[in-house]
Design a protein around this ligand. Structure first.
Ligand SMILES: [Mg+2]
Length: 173
């Protein structure tokens, strides 16, 4: 039971943004002492229905990268899509990452050369992005999904609430 409790705790983001990734400000990075951002791609940086980052996202990235190392880590197996997006933004990328596995996140952090606690995993999904980031000991930021991710995300939050409620009940026994 305690391992399940730990697992549920790992689904809890350190920060929930009720907005898209472009609302991550330099002030916010300073507040949490963050110097690196690992960004999920689909529905975090670019809507799954789009092939390119929006002008708003490009502008945000141009500014934020002046104070933080940026890396894209996507579970998407379509190399052409992730490569195209990463190249247009001029940032390193990893595709087919297999989150919630920590392996590729660790690889991205190593390239950044930063301590784990100074890097945030930013994504729209609890069971991949947040779980992987928390498992590695990164700061985790959950953002609002850009496109069709909304349904899946609603389902995830619903499941998470049920799991938390169950854990609270069991912990009283
Ligand atoms: Mg995503």
């Amino acid at each position: 039971m305690s391992s399940l409790l730990n697992w549920v705790a790992l689904l809890q983001p350190d920060l929930v943004l009720a907005d898209s990734v472009s609302k991550i400000t330099p002030d916010l990075l300073a507040q949490y002492r963050l110097k690196g951002l690992i960004l999920d791609v689909d529905d975090t940086l670019v809507s799954t229905t789009a092939t390119d980052a929006s002008p708003e996202t490009i502008l945000w990235l141009t500014e934020i990268r002046q104070i933080a190392s940026i890396s894209l880590v996507s579970n998407n197996f379509k190399r052409s899509r992730i490569e195209r997006i990463a190249n247009s933004l001029d940032v390193p990328y990893i595709f087919g990452a297999g989150k919630p596995s920590r392996r590729k996140l660790r690889q991205a952090v190593t390239v950044m050369g930063l301590p784990l606690e100074e890097v945030a995993m930013v994504g729209d999904r609890l069971f991949t992005d947040v779980l992987a980031g928390n498992r590695l000991g990164l700061f985790t930021i959950l953002v609002e999904p850009l496109g069709r991710g909304t349904f899946l995300r609603g389902l995830e939050l619903f499941l998470f609430k049920i799991l938390k409620r169950l854990m609270t009940l069991f912990s009283r026994i």
